[in-house]
Design a protein around this ligand. Structure first.
Ligand SMILES: *[C@@H]1O[C@H](CO)[C@@H](O)[C@H](O)[C@H]1NC(C)=O
Ligand SMILES: *[C@@H]1O[C@H](CO)[C@@H](O)[C@H](O)[C@H]1NC(C)=O
Ligand SMILES: *[C@@H]1O[C@H](CO)[C@@H](O)[C@H](O)[C@H]1NC(C)=O
Ligand SMILES: *[C@@H]1O[C@H](CO)[C@@H](O)[C@H](O)[C@H]1NC(C)=O
Length: 278
């Protein structure tokens, strides 16, 4: 007979949960590697058989973004202890080559080598790109941990993000969105109208459908990031939508903040009048 104490520890090993400390170590390692352009360190956190993708394309690690040192002005990471996944936002506004990077990593419990890493990397020419604007807007926001009794369930957090994306293709969907009522779209604030009851009314198109949604959820911070394909902006090929990541902060079951990071397939996403950094 197997002693029950051993069964308990076996249960812990096979559980899908990943401790926050385990995941934090990996996001911190990733950010350090990116800051100095140390792709050997980056290699240490990805399984050699895993593919690494930038803006949807497979990239060899020596030619990857983590091989280039980037001056990081701000970073935050989201840790999903249930799915054993992470999301990291990097704003490099004062680098000679400004970037905004969103990275999603998937791990298997106990294995510090990711089974998948993918990044949406934006720079000049991408959708409303302006890293200085992203940095300034982000600096005004508060993404503190949410007290236990005010934390929403994973389902509610994910549902809020889903309603946002569903609304792009269905005018009947109500998006629960509260104050302060703006979205950081690239590096610009897109403001909505705040009603007397505290609801944020934003403008949406009605005919854009979002496939390929990949979620990273952190209940403690009310955070969910969703990697999606943003169809129809500058790609006529339905199977090659624009690589896109949206990070949400959900409080009181409503959107508080949204950060979008959208990589145009071609510069300007087909919009010659799109504002660009000066
Ligand atoms: C992550 O954990 C490894 C192994 O314990 C350790 O060597 C490394 O210093 C840690 N890295 C960070 C960024 O905490
Ligand atoms: C559109 O959204 C409404 C409200 O959530 C829902 O009842 C309806 O089924 C949706 N329509 C489609 C085509 O998904
Ligand atoms: C916000 O209010 C302004 C002024 O009333 C109006 O022009 C605009 O269409 C409103 N926007 C939305 C998304 O309702
Ligand atoms: C193109 O950019 C301009 C300037 O920001 C904006 O007013 C317009 O709505 C954009 N067009 C599309 C299709 O997004």
């Amino acid at each position: 007979m197997i002693p029950s104490i051993l069964l308990l520890s076996l249960a812990a090993i096979v559980s899908a949960d990943c401790p926050r400390s385990f995941l934090k170590n990996l996001t911190e390692t990733y950010v350090r590697a990116q800051a100095v352009g140390d792709y050997d360190t980056f290699l240490s956190i990805i399984n050699p058989t895993s593919g690494y993708r930038e803006n949807g394309f497979l990239v060899s690690i020596p030619d990857s973004m983590p091989a280039i040192p980037v001056h990081i002005d701000f970073t935050r990471s989201v840790h999903d202890t249930v799915q054993c996944a992470t999301f990291t936002e990097i704003i490099a506004a004062t680098d000679p080559h400004p970037y905004v990077i969103h990275t999603r990593m998937e791990f298997s419990p106990g294995d510090p080598q990711a089974r998948l890493i993918e990044s949406v990397i934006t720079d000049k020419g991408d959708w409303y790109f302006n890293a200085k604007g992203t940095l300034a807007l982000n600096a005004r926001e508060s993404w503190e941990a949410i007290p236990k009794e005010k934390q929403e369930s994973r389902e509610v957090i994910r549902g809020v993000a889903d309603s946002y994306f569903d609304r792009f293709g269905n005018a009947s969907v109500v998006v629960p969105w509260g104050a302060p009522c703006y979205r950081v779209e690239g590096g610009f604030a897109v403001n909505g109208n705040l009603t007397a009851s505290g609801d944020c009314i934003q403008e949406f198109p009605d005919s854009i459908y979002f496939p390929y949604r990949r979620y990273v959820i952190d209940q403690e911070y009310g955070a969910v990031d969703v990697f999606v394909g943003f169809p129809g902006l500058d790609s006529t090929e339905a199977d090659k939508p624009m690589p896109d990541s949206h990070l949400f902060r959900v409080e009181g079951a409503k959107i508080k903040y949204v950060h979008t990071n959208s990589a145009c397939v071609s510069d300007g996403c087909g919009n010659a009048t799109m504002p660009q950094p000066t």
